[in-house]
Design a binder for this molecule. Sequence first.
Ligand SMILES: [Zn+2]
Ligand SMILES: [Zn+2]
Length: 300
Amino acid sequence: MGTATNGKHTGGNYYLTGVSNLLVDYHIHPEYSIDAQPHGIGEYCRMAVKMGLQEICFTPHFEVDPRRRHLDWFVRLNGRMVAMESLNWVEQFFKDIDTAKKEYRDLLTVRAGLEVGYEPGQEKAIENILNAYPFDFVLGSIHCMEHIAISSRSECRQYFQGKDPLQVCRDYYAIMDKAVETGLFDCMAHLDLYRRYGQLFYGDKINKCHARLVEPVFSKMAAQNIALEINTSSRRRGLKQFHPSEPLFQEAVRCGINKFTVGSDAHKLGELGDGISDAVNFLKDYDFKPTTYKLRHPVE
Ligand SMILES: [Zn+2]
Ligand SMILES: [Zn+2]
């Protein structure tokens, strides 16, 4: 394992000490996301500097499924829930990013990202926001299947009920395949998200069915130079491995993927940087380091 330590847990955050690796967190939900705590971009930056992170990318949610408009199409702006479509919040987001960039200029690299919850058929809505603003980095995620959030503890049962794990994986990777084909995303987030609660519902069977289903998806990602995220949030929910699991990561490498980002998927200040040094060391064991982005291009 590399020279970075696993960090000390002191009062909610991991302080990353003795570090020679590049420590970045490329998946953070500040106050705009309604499922996140109302911590602002400035607060996250201050904590990132304190923890020894060198670069962070904010990735608020952007959901596009019209059938879930009543559930998902909201953001928090100045402490109030507002409609996601208005895009006033994106203006404010970029202002906050610019302020943080100035304030932390010599201490921290700050990037503006977006986590898009992909829904087939809604490509135009995604394209519109991506073309309208100078995002640095865009994560593509599958949060919903059949308009049910598999990322949600309370909703997932509705989707899993009556389906065998093979069907879940087959349907999930079919949507992931479409998402990759759109070419709209720089990186695919928390690849095997169905494991988050699928593990509880199906047990270990959920881990056995995906290898041959994922191969064509990985091959397309490799051909399009799309990165794969190492997402550490799985470990806060009782899973031992990251998203993706190590066998899936190895399959990704076999298929030619050579760009990986690392993200805590922090929804509160105390989750910033969580598991990041472990994820960086994990990549290092395979001779990779985290990829970073500026204006949608990997920074070499
Ligand atoms: Zn997500
Ligand atoms: Zn997220």
